[in-house]
Design a protein around this ligand. Structure first.
Ligand SMILES: Cc1cc2nc3c(=O)[nH]c(=O)nc-3n(C[C@H](O)[C@H](O)[C@H](O)COP(=O)(O)O)c2cc1C
Length: 305
């Protein structure tokens, strides 16, 4: 049998399980200068909100031990400009397009998603109910099971393709939130968004980003993400997109073994924008070596004590 990297998320077929993570390659234009986006299983856009947002003033990122802290504050062009300026580019790309949607009120999420319903090249929506860097909405929705279910239900009414719920690790039970999202009609999960953190300079006594607190990403969060992917996998049959600290092919395999069907790479792209292309090649070599014909031979196959 031929080696096959294809996977399906809620009926949408991806050429491989490798996606960009939201907020880590804008709207894809710069990445397309580096490699053809057809190399991606899917491109995930920056979070789009109803109105344009400038985000927080700089500095809004800081390096940490094995990671980075960011509080960009959902800076984005807003749905109108996204449709007029970014969709024409995205439409031409030979990859699946996932638009990440955020908002500070439920009505905003609904309005943005209903606008996206009319745009054919948008294959799926990823609902960001997990952003730790905004004062309203974001993580508040994703930390409350009732709001989570309500958000999913409302969005599913206006968008007729799959909706992925992006879950926050900043909760007591991610399984409880996943179940609420599933109840609301979620078609898949993205696990995880960033962990809430803070970075301080011992010399100046100052916090290092203007929002003071921010979202931690990068290798530091990978073990947290793996555990959460595995917990959601063990309690739901919906497909999971694993996210958190991926820097190598073995990181991707660890997520697949813990139950992810696909993965997203964020912070790793800042270090090496070609990372996904390298991983795609190495993943094939790994599968040959392990005599796996399909990604599905790996999903959820972690051996536990
Ligand atoms: C600079 C930066 C901006 C981000 N912006 C968004 C965003 O707009 N929406 C979102 O859902 N997640 C956003 N994230 C979170 C990532 O999509 C991802 O969930 C997280 O960084 C963990 O993956 P990583 O360790 O591979 O970076 C952002 C992360 C970073 C580092």
């Amino acid at each position: 049998m031929k080696l096959d990297l294809k996977v399906k998320i809620a009926g949408v077929e991806l050429a491989n399980p490798l996606m960009t993570a939201s907020g880590c390659c804008g709207y894809g234009e710069e990445l397309a200068d580096i490699f053809p986006l057809s190399k991606l299983g899917a491109l995930v856009s920056k979070s789009i909100t109803l109105n344009p947002r400038l985000g927080h003033p700089p500095p809004r990122t800081a390096e940490t031990t094995s990671g980075m802290l960011n509080a960009i504050g959902l800076a984005n062009v807003g749905i109108d400009k996204f449709v007029t300026d970014k969709i024409p580019f995205l439409k031409k790309q030979k990859t699946k397009i996932i638009v990440n949607v955020a908002g500070s009120k439920l009505e905003e999420y609904v309005e943005v998603c209903s606008r996206l319903n009319d745009i054919e090249c948008v294959d799926m929506i990823e609902l960001n109910i997990s952003c730790p860097n905004v004062d309203e909405g974001g993580m508040e929705f994703g930390a409350d099971p009732i709001m989570t279910e309500k958000s999913l239900k409302a969005v599913k009414k206006v968008f007729n393709r799959p909706v992925i719920a992006k879950l926050s690790p900043n909760v007591t039970s991610i399984v409880q939130i996943a179940k609420a999202a599933e109840q609301g009609g979620a078609d898949a999960f993205s696990v995880i968004n960033t962990l809430l953190g803070m970075v301080v300079d011992a010399e100046t006594w100052h916090t290092k980003i203007t929002n003071n607190k921010g979202g931690l990403s990068g290798p530091a969060i990978k073990p947290v993400a793996l555990q959460m992917v595995h917990a959601v996998y063990s309690n739901s049959s919906l497909p999971i997109i694993g996210i958190g600290g991926i820097r190598s092919t073995s990181d991707v395999i660890e997520f697949l073994l813990c139950g992810a069907t696909a993965v997203q790479i964020g912070t790793g792209l800042f270090i090496d924008p070609m990372l996904i292309v390298k991983i795609e090649k190495e993943l094939k070599q790994y599968m040959k070596r392990k005599k796996c014909n399909s990604i599905y031979d790996l999903i959820g196959k972690v051996r536990k004590y």
